[in-house]
Design a protein around this ligand. Sequence first.
Ligand code: HEM
Ligand code: HEM
Length: 167
Amino acid sequence: MALHWGHAALVLGLLGLGLYMVDLPKGAGRSSAIAWHKSFGILALLLVAARIAWRRLHPPPEDARLDGTQRRLADAGHRLLCLLLVLTPLAGYLSSSFTKYPMRAFGLSIPKAGWPDEAINAFFNGAHAVLAWSLAALIAAHIAAVVLHALQGRTVLHRMLPGHRPD
Ligand code: HEM
Ligand code: HEM
């Protein structure tokens, strides 16, 4: 639960910061926003790895109220979310690897996976934007699914709230 909410807040913040910073004029403000975006983006990549590892060791308790199709749909949606949560920051990291700028997260130097190359940078930059907006769409669907379950009298949100124990 802590990983879900911590990571969710981080990813929503990164989407907002990404949207805001790309429209900033070149200068110190834009560079600083990008530096924070990279730092928190790398943290998001580490956190999703921790989430996936945790989920492998602790599978979610089954929800007996869901039929087979609903369970498979939820599982597929969560897997796709996890895939985009890995690919989005990875594309951001690769895009930043093919620039002349050093790679840093919270002031710490991090190895780069490339060399300065404008074409490769542009490719991963484009991929990062497409992946980030696909992720935003899937998060919207994820939240809509939580609301839909509630409207159908089958609340699922409590399963992700502190104090809940598997039934
Ligand atoms: C207001 C926002 C959100 C609500 C109400 C919400 C709610 C939930 C609920 C109820 C579950 C069900 C778990 C279960 O019953 O097994 C869940 C799972 C999940 N959520 Fe969210 N969520 C929100 C935002 C997000 C965001 C922003 C992300 C992406 C970073 C995300 C990623 C996931 C993933 C990957 C799972 C499935 C894996 C797991 O159980 O950890 N959620 N969420
Ligand atoms: C889950 C993690 C991340 C999310 C949700 C995210 C989201 C975004 C979004 C929405 C944009 C704006 C795209 C556009 O409309 O053009 C963006 C741009 C960008 N992101 Fe990320 N990002 C993440 C991780 C990262 C990481 C790890 C890095 C690098 C280490 C990174 C580097 C960049 C760069 C360099 C830009 C483009 C700035 C420009 O066009 O000048 N991002 N990101």
